[in-house]
Design a protein around this ligand. Structure first.
Ligand code: ATP
Ligand code: MG
Length: 394
């Protein structure tokens, strides 16, 4: 990609009123744009990062045997009344009425929709387990949509749902998803602490959250010596035995037992011909919140420092003295992801923007570098001269 053609340009000043680091840096560097409180456009650079995050999540979901689908975002009132959540979740749910006077809800989660879907297709135990997930927008009437893209009123979620014939099969898969989540967050460059928490509007039982330590985190958790966390909401231990930290919740998994399936009549026939409700769980990760969390954790005074696995490009090529075209073409031909700063601006401006955007490796070609390329690691600051071949084939 040529930076001269990239939309939009970087911004020198943080937007008025921005407090969170992710808000300031993601807007200034041109990854996101705010429409109103809690509502964001993912710009070309931001969309590339989200796609990298989503592909990592997708690979690990598929590895558990789950299948990807896409479910509707506008739901009929009736399906939400079956579980009582049309009323009990009304604080968080956006509701609307269409011109035919039909009451609708905008998706804040999809348990009811999945159960409605499955009951139409489920007969016997041999149809189970079912594991389906999607990436889509969630709408939530968050009272305080602050913290940049960490808390949207409209945000992206990957939500996985699993349905099982037996309790044993359910818990086996629940543990598998826990492992998959730890793997996902580690691939995303994040150290996620598995944390016991309460269930919010979903369930009376405990749930498991995945929390990332950050000074800006809204949650307080107590971490024990083995590295497991307990959310302050349910903490009942002796403080001295734990490390108390603030953290951002990036994922949350829920066991519902047969509570919702009984309410919605999602039954199957078991081996002995008995009618039984399915065991049900749901598993969420917020990719947009993950992007914000990564910025909260990985930045310095100059800008963002993307982990390589989610960076919008691997290389940020800067051509000085009219150089760079040749290397850009070769990198493109080799399928290497590169942002080429071909703009007619000063070297200083190019370097400042490169630090702000935070691509892992900066390449400079100029009169001074001769037949070599200067490569600078954004994270360590280490600079060296490298031959073209090494960079093309790394
Ligand atoms: P919180 O406690 O932060 O409000 P939650 O527990 O209500 O979040 P879940 O229903 O568990 O959220 O949603 C699953 C995941 O979706 C969360 O772990 C988080 O990554 C993401 N998420 C939830 N709410 C938001 C939001 N308002 N904006 C962005 N991402 C969100
Ligand atoms: Mg949660």
């Amino acid at each position: 990609m040529r930076q001269s053609q990239l939309f939009p340009k970087t911004i020198k000043q943080a937007p008025a009123g921005a407090v969170a680091v992710n808000h300031k840096l993601l807007v200034r560097a041109g990854f996101v744009d705010q429409l109103m409180a809690g509502s964001w456009t993912l710009l070309p650079l931001g969309w590339r990062v989200i796609n990298k995050i989503n592909n990592i999540i997708r690979e690990e979901m598929n590895a558990t045997g789950a299948e990807e689908v896409l479910m509707p975002l506008m739901h009929p009132k009736e399906v939400w009344e079956e579980t009582g959540r049309w009323n009990s979740a009304s604080e968080i749910m956006y509701k609307l009425r269409d011109v035919r006077e039909k009451d609708l809800a905008l998706a804040f989660t999809h348990e009811e929709i999945v159960l409605d879907l499955v009951r139409k297709h489920l007969q016997s135990y041999s149809d189970l387990p079912i594991k389906i997930y999607h990436f889509s927008t969630k709408f939530r009437n968050e009272p305080r949509a602050t913290g940049g893209i960490l808390r949207g009123r409209e945000f992206m979620m990957k939500d996985l749902y699993s349905l099982h014939a037996t309790e044993e099969d359910f818990w086996k898969y629940y543990e598998e998803v826990k492992e998959a989540y730890l793997k996902i967050f580690s691939r995303l460059g994040l150290n996620a602490i598995m944390t016991e928490a309460s269930g919010g509007v979903f369930t009376d039982k405990h749930t498991h959250e995945f929390q990332v330590e950050a000074v800006s985190g809204e949650d307080t958790i107590y971490v024990d010596k083995t590295g497991k966390g307990i959310n302050k909401e349910i903490f009942a231990g002796t403080e001295a035995e734990y490390k108390k930290i603030t953290a951002i919740e990036v994922g949350n998994i829920f066991a519902f037992g047969t509570y919702y399936s009984e309410k919605m009549g999602v039954y199957f026939t078991d081996k002995d011909g008995n009618k039984k409700p399915v065991w049900f769980g749901s598993y969420g990760i917020g990719p947009t919140r993950v992007m914000g969390t990564i910025v909260e954790v990985f930045h310095d005074e100059k800008g963002i420092v993307w982990p390589e696995s989610v960076a919008p490009y691997k290389y940020h090529l800067i051509g000085l003295n009219g150089k760079g075209e040749d290397l850009y073409r070769k990198l493109q031909d080799n399928g290497v992801e590169v942002l080429f700063d071909d703009r007619d601006v000063s070297a200083g401006e190019k370097f400042t923007d490169a630090d702000l955007i935070g691509i892992p490796f900066r390449l400079v070609v100029s009169d001074k570098t001769g037949d070599k390329v200067e490569i600078k690691n954004r994270k360590t600051g280490e600079t060296k001269l490298e031959s073209l071949n090494v960079i093309l084939h790394e």
